[in-house]
Design a protein around this ligand. Structure first.
Ligand code: SF4
Length: 434
């Protein structure tokens, strides 16, 4: 019978059971455990590419790209701290630990900050003396686990970050495979060498907002109110988290979206925890505006920032600065193989193997990161000038339009070519957008 005939299917469309899903199930079936991945999540999420910037025409005069200036300097952490940080460009190097990254990579990144006048965060667990020596401005993370904590670091820091979460794996904390924990890392992080590390995601001395207030008071007294103190938060319940951070008295917030990178994370965490950077930023700005502290509390956003357009759009939405992690690694030579957790990086970046680490020339890598930061700053300046701005920080939401219904609904920024706003967003209406 014709209907019973076997039909040979060539290149079948497998739907749910695509090759990635097959490979994941095979891995779990063979090993009885879930997979760990480096770099974060490859899943496609709404991002800054879904927005465009409106250039000046009859209504706004453009600024001459080649003859007129556009200020890029930014002051961060001025809410309560006596010594806010002044950066020459609003691009900082995100917290990436010595452990996830090689010593050469960490030193190259810190040297790049000195070449460009910006800031680097030490990342989880201790700070290399060479990083402190070479950086232009240094942020030091204070971890729930207290790993690598030394009181001297409080006085050496230009900025302090209390770490609540990492965008690539919110709700979890550092995960460093034993292969990458050398004797030097063991000493700096105060952990045993060669044994897989899972650091604590929750503070042992701050179980709620009241405890945080006490902790903040202690840090203010120790630092004599001189050093700006930021909260680093993974993008989750942004509105509620920001409200608590503001009430606790932070000078600023680093908001890390789910597209952020990491040295190692369970695939489940990287792909299914947290919300994307762009909508998280929108919600953060809206919350700060509702609380009337938008001009006081500095907002740094990170997670998938890749070029001057991302940066200009983030600033237009309301960020004061951006932080780059994976992009800085790529500038040094990383090819995003997503296998950092194995510790065998062929480019000397995500490894502690001495032969591989030696492949990364510190000065060449530093120059490449500095070039990238300079080019990214120039790209953002080009876009800001086209929009008629003499300061990067003058970019505003009215300069943006959404390219997709999804980004329009998420951001409240009108759809390109119309005044249409889907949902509440920032409260834009046809009458107040133009
Ligand atoms: S190239 Fe190196 S640093 Fe980049 S993802 Fe692969 S292992 Fe990690």
């Amino acid at each position: 019978m014709e209907q019973n005939k076997q039909v040979k299917i060539v290149n079948p469309e497998k739907g749910t059971w695509n090759n990635i899903v097959l490979s994941e199930i095979d891995y779990k079936a063979a090993n009885g455990k879930y997979r760990i991945r480096g770099c974060g999540s490859p899943r496609k999420v709404p991002n800054f590419d879904d927005l465009v910037i409106l250039p000046g025409q009859c209504t706004r005069m453009t600024i001459d790209t080649y003859r007129e200036d556009c200020e890029t300097r930014v002051v961060l952490g001025k809410r309560f701290a006596k010594n806010p940080i002044v950066l020459e460009t609003p691009i900082m190097i995100a917290g990436m630990s010595f452990g996830a990254l090689s010593k050469n990579a960490k030193i190259a990144l810190s040297k790049a900050t000195a070449m460009t006048g910006t800031l680097i965060s030490n990342g989880e667990g201790g700070c290399l003396p060479e990083e402190l020596e070479n950086s232009y401005r240094q942020s030091i993370q204070i971890l729930a686990s207290r790993m690598g904590f030394k009181k001297e670091l409080l006085f050496q820091a230009d900025m302090l970050e209390i770490l609540y979460g990492i965008g690539a794996k919110p709700g979890l904390a550092g995960h460093l495979m034993g292969e990458k924990i050398t004797d030097e890392i063991s000493k700096i992080r105060q952990i045993p060498a060669g044994i897989d590390l899972h650091s604590h995601p929750r503070s042992g001395d701050a179980f709620g907002a009241d405890d945080l207030v006490v902790k903040m008071k202690q840090l203010r007294e120790i630092t004599n109110w001189e050093t700006p103190i930021f909260a680093k938060i993974a993008a989750s319940r942004v509105r509620e988290d920001i409200k608590i951070a503001v009430k606790v008295g932070f000078d600023g917030i680093i908001l890390d979206g789910c597209t952020a990178g990491t040295g190692a994370a369970p695939v489940m965490a990287a792909d299914h925890l947290g919300i994307p950077t762009m909508p998280a930023l929108v919600q953060a700005v809206r919350t700060l505006e509702e609380m009337n502290v938008k001009d006081e509390v500095s907002l740094i956003v990170s997670g998938g920032i890749k070029d001057g357009a991302d940066m200009a759009k983030a600033i237009a939405i309301g960020a004061d600065a951006v932080a780059i992690g994976t992009a800085a690694m790529i500038a040094m030579g990383c090819r995003v193989c997503m296998n950092c957790q194995a510790g065998q990086c062929a480019f000397g970046i995500g490894t502690q193997n001495p032969e591989q680490v030696a492949k990364l020339d510190i000065d060449v890598a530093a120059r490449r990161v500095a070039n990238y930061i300079e080019a990214m700053t120039a790209e953002a300046v080009l876009l800001a000038k086209a929009a008629g701005k003499t300061k990067l920080s003058n970019l505003e939401r009215e300069d943006l339009r959404s390219m997709t219904l999804e980004s329009c609904a998420m951001t409240g920024i009108p759809l390109a070519g119309s005044d249409l706003v889907i949902g509440q967003g920032f409260g834009y209406t046809a009458s107040n957008t133009l």
